[in-house]
Design a protein around this ligand. Structure first.
Ligand SMILES: NC(=O)c1ccc[n+]([C@@H]2O[C@H](COP(=O)([O-])OP(=O)(O)OC[C@H]3O[C@@H](n4cnc5c(N)ncnc54)[C@H](O)[C@@H]3O)[C@@H](O)[C@H]2O)c1
Length: 273
């Protein structure tokens, strides 16, 4: 028995075994959840995602293609869920995209209109699009929980994070507006602000190594968070243990975001000093 025993939900965003979504699925499974999955229909993704799910110990998973930028593709997936299961208890949105040519220092002011629109569409609007289908298709008739992934660069300027920071700011506020409107339906919406992590998407952000080094130096706990810590927080947010929590941005960053003035480089205890 785990805190998610008897609950069923969908995880969007596994690309491989380094994905934050993979660590989330691992924790959800450990807590007894039944999980269904999608993959981005591109290249060898179906095979890669299938392998990553297999590594979770899940055989013959419910795994469907879904390009979250396409309303038709989202409709297809959510209709299939309705037909196959009737209801859902949770949704994990762990999806983001921005053109990496513009995720470099001094490139934000050069961002073209379409790059800006695409980043916000894929990384923020799609949370609304998923919540919308949960409501309109009555997939969560007695309530549910929706969780997404964000980063501190949506709150404060992080050189190189650029237009993705704009998308994360939109995602975090979309979380609050959705939480307010869906609250009376007992559907909760929260986002996890996770620290920098070397994933496929993470590797596209210019300065990722600096972000990791800086978090190790300046965070309260003098380290980066792990994927498991993000997974366990998602399990809590998707379970009834967090039944009174909605609209929140929960930081899983080893106490990085609470620090206003970082310690001096010569402060004892700083790694590498
Ligand atoms: N890696 C980090 O440093 C970090 C830090 C904080 C938050 N996050 C967030 O975590 C989430 C997951 O990213 P990750 O770091 O695990 O990288 P990842 O590359 O493993 O996951 C990103 C996923 O988004 C999917 N995706 C992109 N465009 C899509 C589309 N149009 N349709 C369907 N799927 C699409 C990819 O297929 C991939 O599975 C993202 O929201 C990311 O911004 C990452």
């Amino acid at each position: 028995m785990g805190i998610l025993s008897g609950k069923r939900g969908i995880v969007f965003g596994i690309a491989n075994e380094r994905s934050y979504a993979w660590f989330i699925a691992q924790s959800l499974r450990q807590q007894g959840a039944e999980i269904i999955f999608t993959y981005l229909p591109m290249g060898k993704m179906e095979h890669r995602v299938g392998k990553a799910i297999e590594a979770l110990g899940i055989q013959n998973p419910w795994l469907k293609p879904c390009d979250v930028n396409s309303d038709a593709s989202l409709d297809e997936v959510f209709s299939a869920i309705k037909a196959d299961f009737g209801t859902l208890d949770f949704v994990v949105h762990s999806v983001a995209f921005a053109d990496k040519d513009y995720l470099k220092p001094d490139m934000f002011h050069k961002t073209p209109r379409q790059v800006y629109k695409d980043a916000v569409d894929t990384s923020a609007y799609t949370l609304l699009a998923m919540a919308q289908r949960c409501v309109s298709m009555e997939l969560m008739p007695s309530g549910g929980s929706i969780v997404s992934l964000t980063y501190y660069g949506g709150e404060k300027v992080t050189p190189g994070y650029n237009v993705m920071g704009i998308a994360k700011a939109a995602l975090e506020h979309t979380t609050r507006y959705l939480a307010f409107e869906l609250g009376s339906r007992n559907i909760r919406v929260n986002t996890i602000s996770a620290g920098p992590f070397k994933t496929l998407a993470g590797a596209g952000v210019g300065g990722m190594d600096d972000m990791i080094r800086y978090q190790e130096f300046a965070s309260s706990m003098k380290r980066c968070n792990t994927g498991e810590e993000v997974g366990d927080t998602a399990a809590y947010l998707l379970s009834s243990l967090s039944s009174g929590v909605t609209g929140e941005t929960i930081h899983v960053d080893a106490g990085f975001s609470i620090v206003g003035v970082p310690p001096k480089a010569e402060t004892p205890g700083i790694p590498g000093k």
